[in-house]
Design a protein around this ligand. Structure first.
Ligand SMILES: Nc1ncnc2c1ncn2[C@@H]1O[C@H](COP(=O)(O)OP(=O)(O)OP(=O)(O)O)[C@@H](O)[C@H]1O
Ligand SMILES: O=C(O)[C@@H](O)C(=O)CO
Length: 419
């Protein structure tokens, strides 16, 4: 029976957390939505991560989906909970990080929790309550141009306050570095009842201290860095074997417009067959546009076996369509739908390996494929892993890459991990 239940606000975040949990000795299953987290599917796991597509959903929907996930996790036997949000705190002034944390505090119930976005392995650190991305304050990082959640403030405290009905306090790095006992005493201070505590952390050692000092809290919230300090019951928990074999048809589907992904697209365009999604063609006739892309990929499988074709949404910030004319379908929706429909067509034509870039995009793809669970396989890099998908279409290996994660050559090298 699982001991730890997590809910992640997007799908790349779910596999990011799951790969950290596996490395910490938890046999981990990712359930796609609350309905998939049934006791039968989760009985053999030490940790269950429910993947949600709640980051940019309307607040009531995000809260309802998160509570449904919480109830499924509790029914599966979990007694401790982890709300995984993005290491760049992706959210809007309305939420959804605050409202979901509030709802979980009531549901667990818990009288306080911590908010820990740091993930040093991917360059995310928090000092003085400010979130840095590879040394740059969040609001000066490429995240300020995000198509759905542009981040224009680096203060986690200021970002969180308008989202929650609980007081938000800040626990500085000095307190973390004073050690586990001192940090626990600060967190347990009676004056902190009912608060969300934003905790600084700059290194993995800081995160291990935070993790140890919060081991008694029934609910924690943060990015996946916090999991590095957890210890599961099975050191060396097995990773799943790949479902596919070398040479099986493969493709890269990139819906992210993030800076790291754009660099990865630029690199891959010099190595792999590629095609950009064409918004005008998608607006005119989405079915025909996806059919043409399917034909393109299948043709490349024949011509250049071993070179997974790349289909991408954005190569340049100028590609990003931020305003939709009245009555038109927003570009983000069209692009997500196109990549989801393309993924289904490709798998139905034999694709067994898909690397998907972008959390929202991954949510659209995984949902369209009818995936119910993901079994964590070979790691690809910090926060990125291959996972075997099971559900309506089984036997497919998926790597769901967060927009800003991964080395520049990941679209050409990720396949090596499956060998
Ligand atoms: N050229 C574009 N114009 C408008 N929207 C775009 C464009 N390119 C991508 N998008 C949209 O931007 C969103 C990118 O979000 P997604 O979560 O997939 O990537 P990301 O935010 O970089 O990744 P992550 O959430 O893992 O950090 C998607 O909805 C996608 O459809
Ligand atoms: O925490 C992160 O940055 C990622 O797992 C993610 O959530 C990006 O969508």
């Amino acid at each position: 029976m699982p001991v730890l239940g997590a809910l992640a606000d997007d799908f790349t975040g779910a596999t990011d957390l799951a790969t950290a949990l596996v490395s910490r000795g938890f046999r981990t299953v990712v359930a796609v939505g609350a309905d998939a987290a049934t006791p039968e599917r989760t009985a053999d796991a030490d940790a269950v991560v429910v993947a949600l597509k709640s980051r940019t959903a309307p607040v009531p929907e995000a809260v309802a989906d998160s509570l449904a996930a919480f109830r499924a996790l509790r029914a599966a036997g979990c007694r401790r909970y982890y709300f995984k949000f993005c290491s760049t705190f992706d959210s809007t002034p309305d939420g959804n990080i605050g409202p979901v944390a509030d709802a979980l505090l009531d549901a667990v119930p818990a009288d306080r929790t911590v908010v820990v976005p740091a993930f040093p392995a991917t360059g995310r650190t928090v000092r003085d309550g400010l979130l840095y991305v590879h040394g740059e304050p969040l609001d000066r990082s490429p995240m300020r141009h995000h198509p759905l959640t542009p981040m224009t403030d680096a203060s986690v405290v200021r970002l969180l306050r308008p989202q929650t009905r609980h007081p938000v306090r800040h626990v500085p790095l000095d307190t973390v570095r004073a050690g586990t006992a001192a940090l626990r005493a600060a967190l347990d201070d009676p004056a902190g009842a009912g608060t969300l505590a934003v905790v600084d952390a700059v290194t993995d050692a800081d995160l291990r201290t935070v993790s140890a000092a919060t081991a008694h809290l029934p609910l924690v919230t943060g990015a996946s860095g916090l999991a590095l300090g957890l210890t599961g019951p099975r050191p060396g928990a097995a990773r799943s074997a790949a479902a596919s074999r070398a040479g099986d048809p493969a493709a890269v589907l990139s819906g992210s417009a993030s800076a790291a992904t754009r660099a990865q697209v630029a690199h891959a365009r010099t190595h792999l067959p590629h095609r950009a999604l064409d918004l005008a063609a998608l607006r005119a006739d989405p079915g025909a546009a996806v059919a043409a892309l399917t034909d393109f990929v299948r043709e490349q499988w024949r011509r250049r076996p071993g070179a997974p074709p790349l289909v991408y949404a954005s190569a340049d910030p100028a590609d990003v369509e931020r305003h939709t004319s009245a009555g038109a379908v927003p570009a983000a929706v069209l692009l997500e739908r196109a990549l989801a429909d393309l993924a289904v067509a490709l798998v139905d034509h034999g694709a067994r390996r898909l690397l998907v870039a972008g959390g929202e995009t991954s949510g659209a793809v995984v949902t369209a494929l009818g995936v119910r669970t993901l079994a964590i396989g070979a790691p690809v890099g910090a926060g990125i892993t291959w996972a075997r998908a099971d559900g309506e279409r089984s036997g497919v290996d998926l790597a769901l890459k967060s927009g800003n994660f991964g080395d520049t050559d990941i679209f050409t090298t990720a396949w090596d991990a499956l060998a």
